[in-house]
Design a protein around this ligand. Structure first.
Ligand SMILES: [Zn+2]
Length: 395
């Protein structure tokens, strides 16, 4: 067992607030964990992250073991020191890349599949550069094209060297387009890997078990029963979440009753506004998502309803011509330093001219927006007004 303590502090229906204590500090939940894939939340410094009130970050094992290499980071004092971050830190296991570089690439889909988006019969498929077998995942490195075999043991040893507070077992994240037979086989393999990771684990890092099983009720229940029978510090829900938002909600409804009340629950790789409300309502404590900074780099700024666009009420494209001389802040209701000091016209200009400051400013605002939402969600749960807040945002 690792150094993790978790206490639920308030509930509102199934939604709950909690205090998660890790080696490097406390995390108030529910919380969105910003993704620092290559040991950086893109375009933001650790000073920015501290100013934003970020409580915890998650980094990526696959990328860091290849570049600069786990040994390099370990020699320099570990990941915290390497990236100048002295608060809680997680690493994933590399399992997500089995999907994103494997079947996800081949099927051209994400963790959720929406008909009409991404994959179609006529769209050319990407070429998979990850292959899973019973012992591990064979990757072709995106850095030097070398072949790399990631086993449960290698994943644990790499994560020990990186030294995050909380680490994940190696799993296979399946595709929403994988059939039931494949998903069941993959789930059994993931279960064997989970047990191996637990047995191999030697440090005081908290270890997180992952429930798989795609969007099939019997598989999800089987996986939840098995994974929670093992002595993990925390539990995550991973893998494909199906072919619609409804599927994702069902997966949560099937799995959460099996998860112990007194351990944190993490929905992996999810973190847009609607999904956060729906999942918190069902009892999820942690999320991680690249969205705030990824959409920022494509020129999208988050905005509170009712100011968003018809297509997406929580964001708009700042690079559209209509913002060229728009003197308003990115979001008139936002109190972040970017909204206090800069206009849409200025951010529009920076992004149009690909000035580096533009990426910093819009990423800063977007992350502030999501973290502020999480603060409001925690306050609403504490005062028993979660439903009111959800209705206000989702109407
Ligand atoms: Zn702002």
């Amino acid at each position: 067992m690792g150094l993790l303590k978790f206490q639920v502090s308030a509930t509102d229906g199934k939604a709950r607030t909690g205090l998660l204590k890790l080696k490097h500090g406390m995390v108030n939940t529910p919380e969105l964990i910003p993704v620092a894939t290559k040991a950086t939340v893109k375009a933001l410094s650790s000073d920015d992250l501290n100013e934003l009130g970020v409580q915890i970050l998650i980094c990526n094992t696959y990328h860091l073991m290849l570049q600069p290499a786990a040994d390099v980071i370990a020699k320099l004092g570990g990941l915290h020191k390497f990236m100048n971050w002295d608060k809680p830190l997680m690493t994933d296991s590399g399992g997500f890349q089995a999907f994103s570089l494997g079947l996800g690439k081949e099927h051209a889909v994400g963790k959720m599949y929406f008909p009409g988006e991404g994959y179609t019969e006529s769209k050319p498929r990407g070429k998979s550069i990850a292959k899973v077998d019973d012992k591990g995942i064979m990757f072709k490195s995106i850095y030097d094209k070398s072949y790399q075999y990631l086993t449960p043991e290698r994943s644990i040893r790499v994560q020990e060297k990186l030294g995050a507070d909380m680490i994940l077992v190696l799993d296979e994240c399946t595709s929403p387009l994988s059939g039931k037979e494949y998903t069941a086989k993959s789930m059994e393999r993931t279960h064997r890997w989970a047990k191996q990771c637990l047995e191999l684990h030697e440090t005081d890092q908290a270890l997180v078990g992952i429930v798989q099983g795609g969007h099939w009720k019997d598989l999800r229940e089987k996986s939840a029963r098995y994974i929670t029978s093992l002595d993990f510090d925390s539990f995550a829900i991973g893998g494909s979440l199906g072919k619609s938002k409804k599927h994702m909600h069902s997966v949560l409804d099937w799995v959460i009753p099996y998860l112990p009340e007194d351990k944190p629950r993490h929905l992996l790789g999810i973190g847009v506004v609607e999904d956060i409300f729906e999942s918190v309502e069902r009892g999820v404590d942690l999320f991680d998502c690249v969205s705030p900074t990824r959409i920022a780099r494509s020129g999208y700024a988050y905005i509170r309803p009712p100011f968003g666009t018809k297509k997406n009420k929580y964001r708009y494209k700042i690079t559209l011509i209509k913002h060229k001389s728009d003197g308003q802040p990115l979001d008139p209701n936002c109190e972040c330093k970017v909204c206090k000091n800069y206009s849409r016209a200025y951010v529009h200009h920076l992004l149009k001219t690909e000035e580096l400051l533009g990426y910093n400013l819009i990423s800063y605002h977007n992350l502030h927006f999501m973290l502020q939402l999480m603060r409001e969600i925690r306050d609403a749960i504490k005062t028993g007004t979660f439903q009111e807040l959800k209705n206000e945002w989702m109407k």
